[in-house]
Design a protein around this ligand. Structure first.
Ligand code: NAD
Length: 486
């Protein structure tokens, strides 16, 4: 006997309350064993001056129940407010964003009737750390952080997802031909973990051609895993070409907590009219039921939803020449409820009986005795010093830096926007006011004190230093990229 589970529910803004009412009505009718704690998040909370969009009481409810079903919210423009979605994902450690994108041909228009792809996006790292700085008059920087545990977790999750959903293939998208260290790590970990799942086909594609192929022949893909920024873009492409962004739900999964939502926004242009399509939030609710092990009501809702679609009962956004009945948000829910217990005859019915929940993977490579960094020898052999200097002849800058370098360091290279401009730069290379100056220790090894002395010397020579990056080797392997043209 399934036990009653309390979940947190947020009705959100715009069309949020309308589609949430429809989704809850369906959940109640399906036999799901749920109780709801309702919280307020979003616009009204922001307007009370709470920059995070969520108050302490609501936070405590989310933390207590661990499962959140959330309707879209309206994020105010400007005013220094923080995106509630990013805050929830990062604070709750929701490392995986899962978006199943499938076609419902011929009932929803799509050029790809066979499409059935699940995008699994890393949800916490990459450029979404939001670590950005303006460093000079001309140059702005955003840090891309890819970590070993973060990468291991998302890739293991992708394979576990494939296993529990009887999927045959996992594809990884990276750009490691350019970002050899960060995306290179993602690709390497993918290869290592893929070897633990010999029954699942594994392939890696460069993200640009991968996205092009996904948009052209999505039926050749199954589960696709990738870092955060690529995933943000590719998952919208995949949802759109499956037929409609308005029909895709999304799960944000963490080790303790999980959040389920529609991928669309609060649609203020149609709010209050009772015409919004509740399908994406219904799909999110089904993912939630499967996550908490309530497979039976999940299956009943999904089959009834497919039957409603194929009976031509459509909200205005889906309504076309093959539609039979145009319904409001409310009516769509009622039509679906009437079909609970039925199965579709044209679209393929689903069966979740006996299906295992996706296991949240243990970290083996990065957080156990196998952790390579515990065994590897890390040595410091120099430093990249980033310098503000007006765009002029780099030879003049090199002369000053060489004088300031002293006995312990030698200047080995200067780059501008990553391209080598000294020694032997080309006059054609466009330069900004931001120079990366590479100093290598003359005896092959250095330490923090010597680097501080170098920085003091540079300051004495009126060099305006912005930041430094240490140059390490791990087990003699250089752990930094070369300059373009080096
Ligand atoms: P949107 O997804 O709200 O709307 C885009 C278009 O799709 C609109 O024409 C809208 O009417 C239509 N649409 C969206 N959902 C629909 C549905 N269920 N049924 C029928 N039509 C639907 O995107 P937007 O207009 O760029 O954003 C509006 C607000 O939503 C913004 O404040 C944005 O920040 C926020 N937003 C929130 C989330 C979230 O909470 N997860 C996600 C995206 C955007």
């Amino acid at each position: 006997m399934q036990k009653l589970q309390t979940i947190t529910v947020a009705h959100g803004d715009g069309i949020g309350p309308e589609i949430m009412d429809a989704a809850l009505k369906i959940l109640d009718a399906s036999g799901a064993k749920l109780r709801y704690d309702t919280i307020e998040v979003g616009k009204k909370v922001y307007e009370r001056g709470v920059k995070s969009g969520i108050e302490d009481d609501a936070w405590n409810t989310v933390l207590k129940n661990k499962i959140l079903l959330k309707a879209p919210i309206t994020t105010p423009q400007g005013g220094g407010v923080k995106s509630l979605n990013v805050t929830l994902r990062k604070t709750l450690g929701l490392f995986a964003n899962v978006r199943p994108c499938r076609a419902y041909h011929p009932f929803v228009n799509t050029k790809h009737p066979e499409m059935d792809v699940t995008i699994i996006r890393e949800n916490e790292e990459d450029t979404y750390g939001g670590i950005e700085h303006r460093q000079t008059f001309e140059v702005y920087q955003c840090l891309k952080l890819i970590t070993l545990p973060g990468t291991e977790r998302i890739i293991r999750y992708a394979f576990e997802y494939a296993k529990s959903h009887s999927r045959n293939k996992v594809t990884c998208f990276t750009k490691d031909n350019i970002m050899k260290l960060t995306d290179g790590l993602f690709h390497e970990i993918f290869k290592t973990i893929a070897s633990e799942y010999p029954e699942i086909e594994a392939e890696n594609l460069i993200v640009d051609i991968g996205t092009a192929r996904l948009a052209d022949t999505p039926e050749k893909f199954d589960v696709v895993v990738m870092p955060n920024l690529y995933g943000d873009i590719v998952s919208d492409v995949a949802a759109q070409i499956s037929g409609s962004v308005g029909m895709v739900g999304s799960a944000n999964i963490g080790t303790d907590c999980a959040m389920f939502e529609a991928i669309h926004g609060s649609a203020p242009d149609i709010s209050g009219q009772n015409i919004a399509n509740p399908s994406a939030l219904i799909q999110a609710s089904i993912m939630m039921l499967r996550h908490i092990g309530q497979n039976q009501p999940a299956e009943r809702i999904q089959n009834a939803w497919l039957k409603t679609l194929e009976d031509g009962v459509h909200t205005i956004d889906m309504f076309g020449s093959d539609s039979k009945k145009k319904v409001t948000t409310d009516e769509f829910a009622d039509e679906l409820i009437q079909r609970l217990g039925e199965i579709p005859s044209i679209l393929e019915p689903v069966s979740y009986a006996g299906q295992q929940k996706v296991q949240i993977p243990e970290l083996k490579l990065s957080r156990t005795e196998l952790r390579p960094s515990l065994k590897q020898k890390r040595e410091l052999l120099g430093v990249d010093v980033f310098v503000y200097w007006e765009p002029e002849n780099p030879n003049l800058l090199a002369e000053r830096l060489q004088e300031a370098a002293g006995q312990k360091f030698e200047l080995s290279m200067i780059t501008n926007r990553g391209t080598k401009v000294w020694p032997n730069g080309l006059p054609e290379t466009f330069c900004t006011d931001h120079w990366r100056c590479r100093f290598k220790a003359t005896n092959g090894r250095t330490n923090q004190m010597e680097i501080l002395e170098l920085l003091q010397n540079l300051t004495r020579y009126t060099i305006d230093t912005i930041k430094t990056e240490n140059l390490y080797t791990f087990d003699m392997e250089p752990a930094f990229s070369l300059g373009q043209g080096e």
